[in-house]
Design a protein around this ligand. Structure first.
Ligand SMILES: Cc1cc2nc3c(=O)[nH]c(=O)nc-3n(C[C@H](O)[C@H](O)[C@H](O)COP(=O)(O)O)c2cc1C
Length: 239
């Protein structure tokens, strides 16, 4: 394996690290899923840069098993909306288990998906279950779901960072994306990201985030404890 120096790495003083940690926490906490979009067009260059950012994600055996289809064409968005709503009417009209519908209730979602036409940009994300290395040469991909999930998270964060709103949409079923967008047999639809600007007066569900003690467990180094204790006894606030 060819190696090279990791010259991109940047080291920061600890104070700067803490400032950056607070900053990214605040920045990402402002992201919300938006379900009401304006029709304002999104500059293509922003989408391209965010896709390249997403594609820098780690992936199992570096297979990069993702493909992004960016749809801005209004006629195609209209067709995608119609196909999505057909499936969603069945989902909300009986196919979804009661428990699932109850979980969705606070979000106020239903079979109507106007955002698929209102938002100026849709990104259909496909997961490559295997790679096509040459005409008939299949190469196995590894940890496909994990890899595409990480890339998608990075894409959402990148778009948010640029000032765009997103909706992570998982139409049920999603197979129409593959046929309508003409994707090859080695790909399965992963999700449909709706991208754009929030509509004027856009509202979002008033939901809470779990506190740190519920989402994380620390199995700590005792010496790190002593370090924190020493800091807290010198007047610093402990979380
Ligand atoms: C994998 C996944 C699938 C989702 N599918 C949908 C969807 O089909 N429709 C929808 O309105 N929201 C969908 N959401 C958005 C969630 O409802 C939303 O992220 C959650 O309620 C938290 O709200 P927030 O994103 O504003 O923090 C999905 C989110 C994820 C991560």
């Amino acid at each position: 394996m060819r190696q090279r120096p990791y010259s991109e790495y940047r080291e920061y003083p600890e104070e700067e690290m803490i400032r950056r940690a607070l900053e990214i926490h605040q920045e990402l906490s402002r992201r919300r899923t938006v379900r009401h979009f304006s029709d304002r067009p999104v500059p293509r260059e922003i989408i391209e840069q965010c896709l390249l950012a997403a594609s820098s994600a780690p992936s199992g055996a570096n297979r990069q098993p993702w493909h992004f289809v960016v749809v801005t064409d209004p006629a195609t968005r209209k067709e995608l909306r119609a196909a999505a709503e057909t499936g969603e009417r069945e989902f909300y009209g009986g196919r979804a288990p009661r428990e699932w519908l109850e979980a969705l209730e606070p979000l106020g979602t239903d079979a109507h998906k106007p955002f698929l036409e209102d938002a100026s940009c849709l990104i259909a994300i496909f997961a490559q279950t295997y790679s096509l290395a040459g005409e008939q040469n299949r190469a196995k991909n590894y940890y496909v779901t994990e890899s595409v999930g990480i890339a998608t998270g990075m894409l959402i964060a990148a778009l948010h960072h640029c000032g765009l709103a997103t909706l992570t949409h998982t139409p049920s079923p999603m197979s129409f994306l593959k046929t309508m967008l003409g994707r090859p047999p080695n790909e399965r639809p992963f999700l449909l990201l709706v991208v754009g600007y929030p509509a004027e007066g856009c509202q979002v569900p008033d939901i809470d985030r779990k506190p740190l003690e519920q989402i994380a467990t620390f199995v700590e180094d005792e010496s790190a404890h002593r370090h924190v204790d020493a800091r807290s006894s010198s007047g610093e606030k402990r979380a």
